[in-house]
Design a protein around this ligand. Structure first.
Ligand code: 5RP
Length: 218
């Protein structure tokens, strides 16, 4: 099985968590693209979706799946999204696709976070994947200096503007032993919109594609 086939297998398995007649929270990325394609096969059984990015909204709409404004939704049973890294404690680094802020917002509303990934994403300690931080453009240099004080090496992601009109700093060389604290500390820097640590609201279920099939970890 290739890495993409493992992603696809996990994405298809995640359909088990989609309730009939519900609105589904949908993340962003290549694994989620497989999920959206799988969701299209049961589109008449759901009411629609709430999306975490313009990219996912476009794909959902292309399949004829209605995309709702999160502000008009009271209940979201599940949010399905990928991860760049995930630990056994279900803490994640996300934001490789620069959609971290909207992802965090939709995840906050959802009752259950279903993470779909191939098994290369499982790690002991977070931080090998550079931590994305979404920043208000005028605060870029200030925030970068503050991130250096926290022990990281921030790098400006050239040519990327988020769906919210902001920039991304990718923070290298962090060994994240206390992800909940670091998530809060980075979010407390003025000018940071949010960072890609999903520890205070981690995943509830991990659907992991591997060489021998799909494993569901709770
Ligand atoms: C996007 C994300 C993605 O979930 C993460 O980057 C994983 O992507 P992929 O499924 O392509 O490996 O956080 O902002």
């Amino acid at each position: 099985m290739t890495q993409d086939e493992m992603k696809k297998a996990a994405a298809i398995k995640a359909l088990d968590y989609v309730k009939e007649g519900s609105i589904v929270g949908v993340g962003t990325g290549s694994t989620v693209n497989h999920f959206i394609d799988a969701l299209a096969t049961i589109k008449y059984e759901i009411e629609g979706a709430v999306s975490s990015s313009e990219e996912s909204s476009k794909r959902l709409k292309a399949h004829g799946i209605e995309v709702f404004d999160l502000n008009n939704i009271d209940i979201l049973d599940v949010y399905v999204d990928g991860a760049d890294e995930i630990t056994k404690h279900m803490s994640m680094i996300k934001g490789g696709g620069a959609a971290l802020t909207r992802e965090k917002i939709v995840a906050a509303v959802a009752k259950q976070f279903i993470c779909i990934a191939d098994d290369s994403k499982q790690v002991e300690i977070l931080g090998k994947f550079p931590l994305p931080v979404e920043v208000i453009p005028m605060a870029r240099s200030y925030v970068a200096r503050e991130l250096v004080k926290l022990g990281g090496d921030p790098e400006y992601r050239l040519g990327v503007i988020t769906d919210n009109g902001n920039i991304i700093l990718d923070v290298h060389n962090l060994s994240i032993t206390d992800p909940k604290k670091l998530e809060a500390d980075i979010n407390a820097i003025v000018g940071v919109v949010t960072n890609g640590l999903f520890a205070n609201r981690g995943a509830d279920v991990l659907v992991l594609g591997g060489k021998n099939g799909v494993e569901v970890i709770k």
